[in-house]
Design a protein around this ligand. Sequence first.
Ligand code: PMP
Length: 282
Amino acid sequence: MDNPIVWLNGELVPLADAKISVLDRGFLFGDGIYEVVPVYAGKPFRLAPHLDRLERSLAEVRIANPYSRDEWAALVQRLADACGSDPCSVYLQVTRGVAPRQHAFPRDAKPTVYGIATPLTLPNAEKVEQGVAAVTHEDRRWQNCHIKSTSLLGNVLMAQHAAENDAMETLQFRGGFLTEGSSSNVWVVKNGQMFAPPRDNLILEGIRYTLLEQLCAACGVPFSARAIGEAEVRAADELLITSATKEVLAVVQLDGKPVGAGVPGPVFRALYAAYQRAKGAA
Ligand code: PMP
């Protein structure tokens, strides 16, 4: 994987030969969007909702979609096949393209398309079985968090906050209400019921959001999306985080204090098992 094959503007090239202009608006402004698709046993997992979200992100930031749905699907498969690792994750990025540096949209820039597949290192058995630590922080990002934008400085700072506090993730609150992690959605279990912040502009709706909702139904765990206050998060029986690369993990410690019993709980265990089954059935 030292020099993997990547996709850049219509060609597969070795990573070392993939070059973009310093005038690319992704580089200058973070003016782009991205996707991350996990691939198990050579098959992209939940590809359709990932491509739906890619199309939504492009439309939200008004970058013309450079490819058809079939072309995107073929690209994901081609990159996954070229990677040769199982599981792997396919990263796709589209920026507004190369143009002299002016904030407003350039008249005729062509979107830059980049893609790479890399081995997917899932959380190890210790993290799955013993859970992970999280810390908290005020959510100071912009108010378009539903767009999967490459402008991720706010998220980067929150990931660094976790890293500097020996935690896996930072759970954010905006005005006293739970939003999400730096790169994951957050789930709260109380009295056998599952809650998550509503799908709105303050969170990125993970592809695992609907999936977990479906798995909750399959496992007989009642689910509701609603605003969740900070006190409720701190009094939760269980906290879970989900993302393409973390799958589903139990948060057993929050700001140094145990969450519930301080060990992964029954709802986590049921959903983790259901997630693994869903992967196998895909
Ligand atoms: N929120 C944020 C901010 C994220 O970066 C991610 C991971 N891309 C998620 C939520 C979870 O999304 P998904 O389930 O599609 O990985």
